[in-house]
Every structure is written in structure tokens, then in C-alpha cells.
Design a protein around this ligand. Structure first.
Ligand SMILES: [Zn+2]
Length: 216
């Protein structure tokens, strides 16, 4: 699952105006923005990080990578940076996918939202030693946390059953409930399943990772 950004001319102009310290360049893959990313808190700039943000053109839009390039944030999982390539762990793609109901985020929404939160959290962690917005874990662990919040279970069989129901074009009340109770949906989690299907459309559910690596 990837975070996908929509990017058109007006959007580029908006970002240039809002982030004058980020310089744009063309790359083989798409665009790169490099420079100083302001950390705003209560409307005031309290800090800034040296960043490089790469936007690679994909089939659904632009796929972003965010890197802190000033050597200030250690490239370790405990600081929410992927050790393999140094990219920032900007929230869980599955979570953003569900939040936008599968539509691409605008670059402004991405920078003003998860990217700003990431660097604000880093600045606060440097000073206070705590993560201000909680500390969701990375990769598969983070995915299990997300599915536990969404489906109320860490069990890969239950997660798989919920995903199967969400991915179906229509749901029948006589199907076994994905919670694993052994009851039919109509006499178990009927209203919860209906609410989930409104929140997570079929097309979005089909793009979610299966989360099949199992609970630890
Ligand atoms: Zn149930």
C-alpha cells in the first residue's frame, strides 16, 4: 500500500507559496522538494528541519518519500525512520488510504498534515523525550495496531474475514460473522459491519494489505 498524492499546476503553485523555503527540481521519477521545512505550533514557527521530499510518478498519482537530510534524526526505527533507506515513517499508508477513502491526498494536505505532525513530534521528542501524538509502531506491528482499532482484533483470521466482507460487492446476513463467533452476521456484528462498509468502501478495502503475518 502506498500513499498517493494528486498534483496539478494550481496545487504546485499553492505549495510554492506556502513553503517558500522548499526548492523544486525535476527528477527522473517526477519532482523533488529540498530545503527547510518549518515546524509550526500554535501558528508560530518553532523549529525547522532540512528535508528532501521526493515525488515519484506512479500509476495512481505521485508517491512521496520524505527524508530528513540534516543528520539530526537518527535513522532508527525508534525515531520513526526506516533504517533501510532513511525515509520518514509518515503514518501508516493503510490509515491514510482509509482516511481519504482511496482518493489521492493533495500535496498541501500531505505537507500540512502528516509531514508537519511528523516533524513537530520529532522536535518535541528531542526536547521532552516523549511522542506527543502517541507512538504507533512500525511496519507490521503498526498494521496490527491499526487493524485492532478498526476491527477489534489482532487475529489474522478475523482480520482476513473482515477484509473479505468489506471487499465483497454485497454482504448477506446469513454469512458467518467475521468476528469468529460462529453466529450469522445478521445476529451478531450486523450494525458494525454496515458502519465499516460505509467508512471503508469496497474499492479501498481491496487495496488494503491483508495483515496476514499474524499477531506476536
Ligand atoms: Zn460477530
Amino acid at each position: 500500500v502506498e500513499v498517493v498524492l494528486g498534483l496539478h499546476r494550481e496545487e504546485i503553485e499553492r505549495v510554492r507559496a506556502a513553503y517558500p523555503c522548499l526548492l523544486w527540481s525535476e527528477t527522473v521519477a517526477g519532482h523533488a522538494l529540498e530545503g527547510s521545512f518549518p515546524v509550526l505550533h500554535g501558528g508560530k514557527e518553532i523549529d525547522a528541519f532540512s528535508v528532501r521530499i521526493e515525488l515519484a510518478k506512479g500509476t495512481r498519482g505521485f508517491v512521496p518519500r520524505v527524508l530528513e537530510v540534516g543528520g539530526r534524526i537518527p535513522r532508527i526505527a525508534d525515531r520513526h525512520v526506516y533504517e533501510s533507506d532513511g525515509t520518514a515513517c509518515i503514518g501508516l499508508p493503510e490509515e491514510l488510504l482509509v482516511a481519504t477513502r482511496g482518493e489521492p491526498l493533495t500535496l498541501s494536505d500531505f505537507l500540512d498534515g502528516p509531514v508537519r505532525s511528523f516533524f513537530l513530534a520529532q522536535a518535541i521528542f528531542e526536547c521532552e523525550g516523549i511522542w506527543p501524538f502517541g507512538d504507533r509502531r512500525h511496519g507490521d506491528d503498526g498494521l496490527h495496531d491499526f487493524y485492532e482499532e478498526t476491527f477489534g482484533s489482532r487475529n489474522p483470521i478475523v482480520i482476513g474475514a473482515y477484509l473479505k466482507v468489506l471487499r465483497s460487492r454485497s454482504v448477506r446476513g446469513h454469512w458467518p460473522c467475521p468476528c469468529g463467533s460462529g453466529y450469522r452476521i445478521r445476529s451478531c456484528h450486523l450494525s458494525e459491519v454496515a458502519a465499516m462498509r460505509r467508512r471503508i468502501p469496497c474499492a479501498v478495502a481491496r487495496r488494503l494489505s491483508p495483515g496476514q503475518t499474524g499477531p506476536q
